[in-house]
Design a protein around this ligand. Sequence first.
Ligand SMILES: O=C1O[C@H](COP(=O)(O)O)[C@@H](O)[C@H](O)[C@H]1O
Length: 260
Amino acid sequence: MSHPPPNAPILYSFSSTEDIITPLADFVFKAQKEAIEKKGRFTLAISGGSLPKQLRGLRDLPDGAVKWNKWQVFYADERVVPLDHDDSNHRLCMAELFSHVPIPPNNIHSIDVSLLDDLEELSDAYEKELIHEFAQKDSARFPVFDLILLGIGPDGHTCSLFPGHELLAEEDRWVAYITDSPKPPLKRITLTYPVVNHAQRVAFVAAGAGKVDILPTILDEPQQGLPASRVKPVYPGQIHWFVDNAAAAKVQYPRTEYKL
Ligand SMILES: O=C1O[C@H](COP(=O)(O)O)[C@@H](O)[C@H](O)[C@H]1O
């Protein structure tokens, strides 16, 4: 079956990093509302790095507005370390968001730390966790997340999909592992493109001058094929960018005003 071409990204640029917080919380809130009204649950994959800090607006929404018990949260990528390690994306997301809100612990799908010494087993187990959540309910070839929240590195990587890495060509697996990450730690697991690109919505968040040199290549020259530019959800999936002016200073791509 042929699909229409992917939707063009929508870019929202804000004066400062702080100014991203309320619109981003509004965006996630609306995505969960729509998903829960339609299907009774909200499936989210979330990255680590600087992103979780930007989600703190969700902590300030009125009590009862967010249906936390309907959320099923997975990690877009995870470093292969214990869950209380400084490098753990789970630890970061707990510290910045989930430990502050009434989400049932079983709805947060972290890696199985009994498998840290066997990456094949670890990524297979995480894939099974996804299959359990999605395949029985949605019976699709790939999971369709309601929302995937992503960051970017200064080299254009996203998830743990790094420039020039063989994982960029993965077409079958839902979850894969790497042992040679250019950014420490070396060992990570990551969602693959087939999963990211089947999401209903993807939102990138990029703030600060550390992203200013890579954003023009990602947004204005997607043909260069940087990992973040390869995120193109299958139609009608939509991709949104929440950036601040410091990160977007050299980007030509047209801005859209975010409407609360
Ligand atoms: O290593 C990672 O880096 C990216 C970007 O992180 P940032 O700190 O530069 O925002 C992140 O999205 C990814 O989840 C993480 O594992």
